[in-house]
Design a protein around this ligand. Structure first.
Ligand code: ADP
Length: 448
């Protein structure tokens, strides 16, 4: 087992990783930017290193500084968390070259799944259903248009290197196509330095259903059930839950088998998420695979009782999976992402000093956060200030718990999305579980 793990991240996930390490008897090293000096992850780690200014390009994204910090503090492994360098194959490679274990999959696995067109091709080769579309990247607008016309509109043009909802454009019809195609290409080039795009059929009202998968270095790969992440705003998740309200045992078996087959196709090691779209007619399609721990991982932890971060560390150290098959999925879990944003001003970030911070509690309530009264939310990073997760015997109980937890979550000093989430938890469609990825846009007008 590792002696010291450096955490190449900040915020709630840095604290989450510190907890896992402490439980395993591993020492921790925090890194922080000048804007994060007062952060709890710095206080709770055994050792800490300042790695540069607030701008993440000069701190949390600077590979040489992270490697130097690990070497100076004697860390033998690095956990990247999510975001920042978590899906950067070069970072994983540099760790290996410096004799530091990267807690995650191999550079090749990161690279294959990070290129969405390559990931699609790998899935097609292994008979995992993908959204109908171009077999690989398309360069030429006329060729792309021909593919789109053959499939039928609307279509979505996606950046192969895309992520975080960026580099995607929907084209309604042939007239719209050339412009959307060029826009997606230039957006992809600007945001990712790679203008490669491909075309997919745009599903009208799908659900986003993702499977948590896990592989070890001994060839075992399992899934730990699904998460429904259909409540999104601009392709960004706001609420996640499990089980998916429309899941059946037969569908879970089919989708879970496909997810495991996809992960096995690349001999996947570590925690991963296979994201799929579930169409209203019950057909499902691979969309992409994320090769990291995800924001919403606590949903699966509460449903299965498996500590996914500890499992990541164990697997990276060469131990076999501690569970060899899909565990029992108990009850129902809902997670709300609480952001320092103003829903009434188009979800504009609302950084600043938190004056009051009272967290909800009680049986089955979990809050993952790095915030405390007196903490200043910096404007430089993402605006999530807490994840509120509740576990109930069934969906109805989980919903009741979530409503109560939101009502008793008091944050003053910054504007948060708590009131918006509260209203959402009583929206008749959400209460029925009748949502899709366009739900907020098409039916959520009265929520803001
Ligand atoms: P990113 O990597 O940027 O998160 P994804 O490929 O995971 O992008 O897609 C994000 C979201 O975009 C999905 O959850 C879904 O809401 C929407 N989306 C992506 N592809 C399609 C599609 N073919 N049809 C309909 N919606 C889609």
């Amino acid at each position: 087992m590792f002696k010291r793990v450096l955490i190449a991240n900040r915020g709630e996930i840095a604290l989450r990783i510190i907890r896992a390490c402490r439980e395993l008897g591993i020492e921790t090293v925090a890194v922080y930017s000048e804007a994060d000096r007062e952060s709890l992850h710095v206080r709770f780690a055994d050792d800490d290193v300042c790695i540069g200014p607030a701008n993440s390009r000069e701190s949390y994204l600077r590979i040489p500084r992270l490697i130097a910090a690990a070497e100076i503090t004697g860390a033998d492994a690095i956990h990247p968390g999510y975001g920042f360098l978590a899906e950067n194959a070069e970072f994983a490679e540099t760790c290996a070259a410096s004799n530091i274990t990267f807690i995650g999959p191999t550079p090749t696995q990161i690279r294959t799944m990070g290129d969405k067109a390559a990931a699609r091709a790998a899935m097609i080769a292994n008979n995992v259903p993908v959204v109908p579309g171009s077999p690989g990247p398309v360069e030429d607008v006329d060729e792309a248009l021909a593919i789109a016309e053959k499939m039928g509109f609307p279509v979505i043009i996606k950046a192969a290197a895309g992520g975080g909802g960026k580099g995607m454009r929907v084209a309604k019809d042939a007239d719209d196509f050339a412009r959307s195609f060029q826009l997606a290409r230039s957006e992809a080039l600007g945001a990712f330095g790679n203008g490669s795009v491909y075309v997919e059929k745009y599903l009208q009202r799908p659900r986003h259903v993702e499977f948590q998968v896990f592989g070890d270095k001994h060839g075992n790969v399992i899934h730990l059930g699904e998460r429904d992440c259909s409540v999104q705003r601009r392709h960004q998740k706001l609420v996640e839950e499990a089980p998916c309200p429309v899941m059946t045992p037969a569908l879970r078996k089919a989708m879970g088998d496909a997810a495991v087959k996809g992960a096995k196709a690349i001999d996947y090691v570590g925690a991963g998420t296979v994201e799929m779209l579930l169409d209203q007619d019950g057909s499902f399609y691979f969309m992409e695979m994320n090769t990291r721990i995800q924001v919403e991982h606590p949903v699966t932890e509460m449903l299965t009782g498996v500590d996914l971060v500890k499992e990541q560390i164990r697997v990276a150290a060469g131990l076999p999976l501690s569970v060899m098959e899909t565990p029992e999925l108990r009850g129902h879990v809902i997670e709300c992402r609480v952001n320092a944003e103003d829903p009434q001003r188009n979800f504009q970030p609302s950084p600043g000093k938190v004056e009051t911070f009272h967290m909800p509690g009680g049986n089955g309530v979990r809050v993952d956060t790095h915030v405390y009264a007196g903490y200043t939310v910096p404007p430089f990073y993402d605006s999530m200030i807490a994840k509120l997760i509740v576990h109930g015997r069934d969906r109805e109980e989980a919903l009741a718990k979530m409503r109560l937890a939101l009502d008793t979550f008091i944050v003053e000093g910054v504007t948060t999305t708590i009131p918006f989430l509260s209203t959402l938890m009583s929206h008749p469609k959400f209460v029925e579980g009748d949502v899709h990825t366009k739900f907020l846009e098409q039916e959520g007008a009265d929520l803001f």
